[in-house]
Design a binder for this molecule. Sequence first.
Ligand code: NAD
Length: 261
Amino acid sequence: MYSELVNKVVIITGGSKGIGTAIAERFGKEKMKVAVNYHSDEAGANEAVAIIEKAGGQGIAIQADVATEEGNQKLLAETLKAFGDLDIWVNNAGLENQYNTHELPLDEWEKVVSTNLTGVFLGAKTALNYFLREDKRGNIINTSSVHEQIPWPTFAHYAASKGGVKLFTETIAMEYAAKKIRVNSIGPGAVNTPINAEKFADPEKLATTTSMIPMARIGKPEEVAAAVAWLASDESSYVTGITLFVDGGMTLYPSFQGGRG
Ligand code: NAD
């Protein structure tokens, strides 16, 4: 636990399930004030609020589409109305789907890029404006992926969006470092959440994924949340512009394991 996080205000986008809900729970345990954004799953967001409150924090649910400027403005306005301030903005909302690239419809490309990359830009822009206006030592944490580094055939739009998040994070970390605003990403590997539920329900696909992870297991959402909490805390006070991979070693060229190659 990080005592400096007590009563700090955080926004988590896409918090109604998966990694977002795990981050919400962790911030509840840190006794923070947590705004859980959701797109359409109101019940999931209300459940996340109940989890936060059970863990010892305060929570509210806010509907907004992160791919729009109005959605992000609404998120900030409702958070300020409920909690009076903002300290940390976590851009977690994301989507993926699979297509051969020569068959990938433009609207599917745009849906993924507008959520995973434009949504991160708009969230960061909204947070930056607030931090600058209030002269705050703000903190922005983006959710990237191992696929900001590892190419992923049939997920070109997803990989392109996460590659974009990497350089966006690095660029704004540099741009606002002198203003004492830190910006970092987390890079999950294969984590057990609804985004992967179908894949991991298939024993053959699960075994294939596991074979690509040196630690030989799928990650838990709370293991990603622990990395987010560290980036939110003062323990990472000299860290900006990184991607902290939480991937059981997936980015370490696992095909070389055992001296192969
Ligand atoms: P998930 O599908 O369980 O949750 C994603 C959340 O984002 C959902 O609540 C969804 O409603 C929300 N969302 C989607 N579009 C939105 C929009 N326009 N506005 C607001 N919310 C929106 O997935 P997850 O596994 O929890 O993924 C969370 C993040 O982690 C994503 O950015 C994903 O790309 C990333 N990630 C996940 C994994 C993994 O293995 N689970 C690996 C690498 C990266």
